[in-house]
Design a protein around this ligand. Structure first.
Ligand code: AMP
Ligand code: GLY
Length: 432
């Protein structure tokens, strides 16, 4: 199957890896040095609907898969679908679920999906009233897309207000103030063909830059799957109470959601709550979820894109997958780029040590990387690489992953050493 995959991060490298394994013939646009080994990379402005539809036509794509949110919100899926090509990814109207937190709250209210209480605020006075009503810790969210960095959770009232002020200062700036949700977070990806929902395996993401979940929010610093501590029946409960009602509500409004509904959840003392929806695969959770999926991914995504999910059942590997992100020095505030990377693959070898890919059950997915003049790898983005390791147990998968991480050299890299550590120690608990 000829597939055009849009995007250039580690999530897209993971998608490309699974699609190539299934035998797909891939064009990745724009892609990265990692995806170049799995298909043909092509330049495109990923947020330009006309350009993406033209590229799909030019390469003869039988399916277009859109990785990131920005092209979806810009209407790339609408344009490709209008041209008659199946596309995995929602139209702009349905992607609004991620594009606006206020819209997501409206859908959840209409569909009776459990979520945090929230106030949508347009002025600082409204924000002050809302945070004083909820009390600390304060949760302040930029209403629009912010690459996972628009949220501040803090007990410092001045910091909360400063973030709200910065969000409100943007053109059309709106702030969502929420009640604080206690309890562990879970990401559950649900495939949707507009009607039928098929859940993937749950994963946990580590959003903060610092060990022990401290410091600023990032795009995500690591993940693991499955979650041995999650309550039995969690996946069924999320489909029944969250994903299916949301998909049904969007269909009822005439904007069916075709693609991946990412349910970001908190398991709180008062039960399951939605923290956020995204309209696409999560990064870095995709790296671990797809590592365990044994059903050919091209067939699964095409079935979703063509209204045939009813016939799909998924097969999973029994083991565990962990991923750790190698980020640039200074990430997330001000990543410094252009650092030389070694240890990633044979081409990049300088120090004579074996590259990561020679370790069994370990691989590297590229995100912010580029090739220098002599073919060497250099960093070109905030999140540079995702190292994925697999094993029969979480402990084995963690050892494998960090062995891989330790073979990579990038001066000043930011790496969390505690990804999945609390779970390995049996310290993740769901509040009663
Ligand atoms: P979001 O962009 O909405 O996913 O938020 C990013 C991160 O901020 C989440 O993964 C949580 O760790 C944290 N967060 C967001 N909303 C809340 C909330 N209501 N209570 C506690 N933490 C939250
Ligand atoms: N890992 C969080 C996200 O993809 O938004």
């Amino acid at each position: 199957m000829k597939i055009l995959l849009i995007g250039s991060g580690a999530r897209e490298h993971a998608l490309a890896r699974s699609l190539a394994e299934a035998g797909a013939d891939l064009v990745i646009a724009p892609g990265n040095p990692g995806t170049a080994a799995l298909g043909e990379n092509r330049d495109v402005v990923a947020t330009d609907p006309v350009a993406v539809a033209a590229l799909a036509d030019e390469v003869g794509a039988e399916l277009v898969v859109v990785g990131p949110e920005a092209p979806l919100v810009a209407g790339v899926a609408d344009a490709v679908r209008a041209a008659g090509t199946p596309v995995f990814g929602p139209d702009a109207a349905a992607a609004h679920l991620e594009g606006s937190k206020a819209f997501a709250k409206e859908i959840m209210a209409a569909a009776q999906v459990p979520t945090a209480l929230a106030h949508v605020c347009d002025t600082l006075a409204e924000v002050e009233a809302a945070i004083d009503a909820f009390g600390a810790p304060y949760v302040i969210k930029d209403d629009g897309l912010a690459a996972g960095k628009g949220v501040v959770v803090t007990s410092d009232r001045a910091e909360a207000l400063a973030h709200a002020e910065a969000c409100l200062a943007k053109a059309g700036g709106t702030v969502v103030v929420e009640e604080f949700l206690d309890g562990p977070e879970v990401s559950l990806f649900c495939l949707s063909d507009g009607r039928t929902v098929v859940p993937l395996a749950p994963a946990q993401d580590f959003k903060r830059i610092g060990e022990g979940d401290t410091g600023l929010n990032t795009g995500g610093m690591g993940a693991y799957s499955p979650l041995d501590w999650a309550p039995a029946g969690l996946v069924d409960e999320v489909v029944e109470r969250v994903a299916q009602p949301t998909i049904d509500e969007l269909a009822r409004r005439g904007t069916p959601f075709v693609g991946l509904l990412y349910c970001g959840l908190a398991l709180t003392s008062r039960g399951l709550r939605v923290i956020e929806f995204n309209a696409r695969f999560g990064d870095p959770e995709t790296q671990v979820v797809l590592a365990r999926l044994r059903t050919p991914l091209d067939e699964v995504l095409l079935a979703a894109a063509t209204g045939r999910l009813e016939d799909v059942s998924l097969v999973w590997d029994e083991g565990v997958a962990v991923t750790v992100v190698v980020a640039a020095p200074g990430y997330p505030e001000s990543p410094s780029l252009g650092g030389v990377l070694t240890g990633v693959d044979v081409h990049a070898e300088k120090d004579g040590a074996a590259p990561v890919d020679s370790l069994p059950g370990v691989w590297v997915l590229h995100a912010g990387t580029a090739r220098g003049d002599s073919g060497e790898l250099v960093s070109s983005g905030g999140r540079v690489l995702s190292v994925v390791g697999t094993g029969a147990t979480l402990a084995e998968a963690r050892v494998a992953t960090y062995q891989g991480v330790d073979r990579i050299r990038l001066d000043g890299a930011r790496i969390r050493r505690d990804i999945a550590l609390a779970a390995e120690r049996g310290e993740v608990t769901v509040p009663e």
